[in-house]
Design a protein around this ligand. Sequence first.
Ligand SMILES: *Cc1c(COP(=O)(O)O)cnc(C)c1O
Length: 429
Amino acid sequence: MSTPPAYGFETLAVHAGTPPDPATGARAMPIYQTTAYVFDDVDQAASLFNLQTYGYIYSRLTNPTVAALEERMASLEGGRGAICCASGHAAQLLAFFGFMTPGASFLASNRLYGGSITQFGRSFTKFGWKATFVDQTDPENFKRALTEDCRAIFVESLANPGGVVTDLEAVAKIAHDAGILFIVDNTMASPYLCRPIEFGADLVVHSTTKFLGGHGQAMGGCVIDSGKFDWSQSPKYATLAEPEPAYHGLRFQETFGDLAFTVHGHAVGLRDLGPTMAPMNAFLTLTGIETLALRMDRSVANALAVARYLAEHPAIDWVSYAGLPTSPYYALAQRYMPKGAGSVFTIGLKGGYAAGVKLVEGVELFSHLANIGDNKSLILHPASTTHRQLTEAQQIAAGAGPEVVRLSIGIERHEDLIRDLDQALAKAA
Ligand SMILES: *Cc1c(COP(=O)(O)O)cnc(C)c1O
């Protein structure tokens, strides 16, 4: 028997998870707008509840439209399985919920999206989970910060807000030498630009709200499991290797093998925490992903053109974009994301906080809002918005000091974007 050729990324982005609907022949993925599914009989219902048969019970756990997106995401990231959920933050919660218990800790880069720093540093402590933030400029800092109770290292492949690339292979090695998980938030790069599992990630998380959808219409998140982590190697990961009382003592790893984390994420994570993705949002995200490759190429080209223009502008102190050869992260970007360093980057204004406020208020084509990864170009002054909850020291550590403005470049014509920034910078001067 011959093995079929492996499809390329662009093909998988259009086809993975969505064959024609077997019931109706519908070519577009139907939106299964239902909360529950009729059982064949009591025996079938019992085997579904015991996780002995794969099937649908209730949409808090699984839904066919959401499952199609899960299959597509696993396929694009080169993972074994995926769990889609209500938002990127829900994905982070589900990722850690799979293996954390009270008193356990993990290490996280201090160059993370501001919302993640707040989620990890504040709300997670209510579960007894402790995050220690590490300066990721030198990967060895993670090794120095390791402790006995540490279960994972969490980084962003490309950091939000700006221009920082993580040395994925170096950090993966430190995690694996310590026998702990390596988790990568790949939101800013998207699987088109970077595939962290190829560089050692055990779990990949996404806010599908951003580039994957691209249209800025649907919140969503996803955890992709590589299927490679051995949960039985340490009692730290007992939730996945030891008997689960709520399922008659079933052991997830023994029963589901490399799908243990994925099944647990639905059967325990989504069941008990409840941040389910709506079928409509799964449909919108599937539709967005069809054009991911085309949109990312265009966004990257536009971002380069805008970054080059801004780097020469007299009102701009610096441009932090790993796609520019002047960036200290250029070499890492070439290694981990050779098709481009994304389209979100930061600039420093010579006029400081006041100039930042004037710039975001002076643009006409750019939208002033707290999002990234939209087809439309977006602008934000983090210090006065997303990062205002952080102390000034944390803001600076996160690359979001008072003079910093974040741009997320869309798929418009780049000359129009440059003209808009030009007139707004003139007003801000
Ligand atoms: C937006 C974002 C998140 C959070 O995702 P939501 O969908 O807003 O919950 C997490 N990480 C990164 C890098 C993000 O950009």
